[in-house]
Structure formats: C-alpha cells, structure tokens
Design a protein around this ligand. Structure first.
Ligand SMILES: Nc1ncnc2c1ncn2[C@@H]1O[C@H](COP(=O)(O)OP(=O)(O)OP(=O)(O)O)[C@@H](O)[C@H]1O
Ligand SMILES: [Mg+2]
Length: 312
C-alpha cells in the first residue's frame, strides 16, 4: 500500500488502439480526498484513462496504482474500493430503480439491511423516485442520477465520475454538484466533464488533456494565472458612439460594444492608448475593470478548439 496520501498514481500510462494513441504516457497523482478533474476535447483520452484505472481496459504500456494496488496485478482488490459512473450509463434497463441499487449491493456482497438503508438514502439524495416501472422508461437525466447512486452503493473510497452531469437539466446538475461537494475530503474523486464551470467550482486540481496527452495542469487559479494574457478589459461609459467599435478595430483591437460598455478581449491590452482614444472622442469613462480569464477561455486557448458537448 502507498504510505503517503496519494490515492491514484500513473506512470507513463498508455493505451493504443491499433496505431492510434488514445492515452500517451500519462503521469498523474491524485491525493486522497481530492477532487481531480480531467478535462479535454472529444476523443482526448479521458474515458480510456478511467477505463484503465477501473481495470476494465488493459494498458498497452505504463502502470498505475490505486491506493498502492497495481491495476494489472490487483484488479479484484481495486474493484472493491472503487465506484464508477460510466459515460455510457451501465444500468439494467429491465429492472426498477430500487432493483438496480439492490443489484449493486449484491455485487459487493453487502448485508440486506445495509443495502436497504443505502438504497433509501441514495434515492433521497439523488432525488430518485421509487417507481414501479423499468428504468428504460426513465428520462436520460434520471438514468444518469441512478448511475451515480449505483456507483455509491458500495460506499467506495474512490469514485470515478465520467461526465456525471451530461444531459441533466440545470436544477439536477446543481444538485449533483452539491452532492459531489458533500463527498469532498471523504472520497477521492476523478471527474470528467465538459461543463467547465463545474470543474472550476468543484475540482481541487485540474488536468487538461488534448490528443492523448496532458497539456496543462494545476489548480483553477494556477491555470488562470498562467493565461493572464487572455484577460478581459471592461469599460463602462455613457452614450458610446457606434463608430468606436470600427475605430478600435482599425487599431487591431477587437471589441464588443453596447451603448454603455466596451469589452475588449485581447492578448495585449494597451489600456492607456484605449483611454486616450476614448478621451479624444469625449467619452466619459465611469469605470474600468480587468477580469481574469475564465476556465473556459483558458481551455479554448490551450486546445484551440470550441468545447464540443454532443448533448448541448
Ligand atoms: N475500443 C476502442 N477501439 C478503438 N478506438 C477507441 C476505442 N475506445 C476509444 N477509442 C479511441 O480512443 C480515443 C480516445 O477516446 P476516449 O473515449 O478516451 O475520449 P474522451 O476524452 O473520453 O472523449 P469524449 O469527451 O468524447 O468522451 C478516441 O480517438 C477514440 O476513438
Ligand atoms: Mg469520454
């Protein structure tokens, strides 16, 4: 077992499908009780990574340990301490919600009283109804909530949540975030998501993957600090004439203007020359604010792509 507080550690973990590198020499360390978010474009290798860590896929090369157990040597020990809510929810469609939860209890050999209590608590927490019909009739969002509840039935030390809020309505998404937050410190969580505000508010540490490799990592603040060059300058003023936008564009500055605000996103914002220009136009500035980049802006700059979420 690991003596330190590292729950998950990978060493050059790699997976190839034919000639395609799905995951290429991944090196991550996830501390116990931490929420670690793996972000990335479609096909970056997030699900493949999770599948290897859950011992569902054998790596082509490299290693990983979960609580000190090697994914190649100790898959049974690992499966007893992890819970996983897969990207493609793995629920038994011909069973009811309660039956699905009880099934998971059976897989882990839990005592009937424990199964009953946990199933009841999780149904309440995930706001699942005890419906009598089969889960194939549930909406996509309800099926996803059930999938998370199933991952929690064994009360695992380590939880893998592969896009847990995909397809959830904003209320349900918020309630899942609140719930994940409640598990913070108590469980180690590896979370993938395309909702960057989700990673921003929940994750202790973020790794951004692109094309099978991690291209940047750190806390949300560290990532934003590193990309200060994409900050936004907001200027509030009254009666901004419509030609301001075109004038600044001529100076090579892209702006978004309304009647009383100018927003400039730029790699290099020369505030003084902008203020000078606005003064020559007799525009009275009421306020200037420099905003840090959002995690989404950092992600877009790093990956050079829009976030593609098929469910959106
Ligand atoms: N069983 C497989 N056979 C062949 N290629 C695969 C297989 N599973 C995944 N891949 C490929 O591996 C790469 C990584 O896929 P993966 O599912 O890990 O991406 P992801 O980061 O989870 O993407 P998404 O955000 O779309 O869920 C992709 O190019 C994918 O097509
Ligand atoms: Mg995936």
């Amino acid at each position: 077992m690991e003596k330190n507080n590292i729950a998950i550690k990978t060493k050059d973990l790699s997976k190839r499908f034919g000639k395609r590198h799905a995951v290429d020499a991944l090196n991550i360390e996830i501390k116990q009780g931490e929420i670690f978010s793996l972000l990335g474009t479609n096909g970056a290798g997030k699900t493949t990574t999770i599948k290897m860590l859950c011992c569902l896929l054998i790596p082509t090369s490299g290693t990983a340990t979960i609580k000190g157990y090697d994914i190649k040597d100790d898959p049974l020990k690992i499966k007893r301490i992890i819970g996983v809510s897969p990207q493609d929810t793995a629920i038994a469609s011909h069973l009811t919600t309660t039956e699905n939860l009880h099934l998971m209890g059976g897989v882990f050999g839990l005592h009937k009283a424990v199964v009953n209590e946990r199933a009841r608590n999780l149904m309440e927490l995930m706001e699942l109804e005890d419906r009598k019909d089969h889960v194939r009739n549930l909406s996509g969002g309800m099926q996803r909530r059930l999938s998370i509840a199933m991952a929690l039935m064994s009360d695992p030390q380590i939880l893998f949540l592969d896009e847990p809020t995909l397809g959830l309505d904003p209320h349900a998404r918020k309630s899942v975030w609140n719930y994940i937050n409640k598990l913070k410190r108590e469980k180690t969580i590896l979370l993938t998501t395309h909702y960057l505000e989700e990673a921003d508010s929940l994750a202790d540490y973020i790794a951004i993957m692109d094309n099978s490799k991690i291209i940047s990592s750190g806390t949300s603040n560290e990532l934003k600090q590193r990309h200060k060059n994409i900050q936004t300058l907001k200027i509030a003023a009254d009666n901004i004439p419509s030609d301001v936008s075109a004038d600044l564009k001529d100076k090579g500055i892209t702006v978004i203007t309304t009647v009383n605000s100018i927003e400039i996103k730029s790699d290099e914002i020369d505030i003084y020359s902008i203020i000078n220009y606005l003064q020559t136009k007799n525009i009275k500035i009421k306020g200037i604010q420099m905003q840090e980049p959002t995690l989404e802006e950092v992600f877009l700059q790093l990956t050079g792509k829009e976030v593609k979420n098929e469910s959106l």
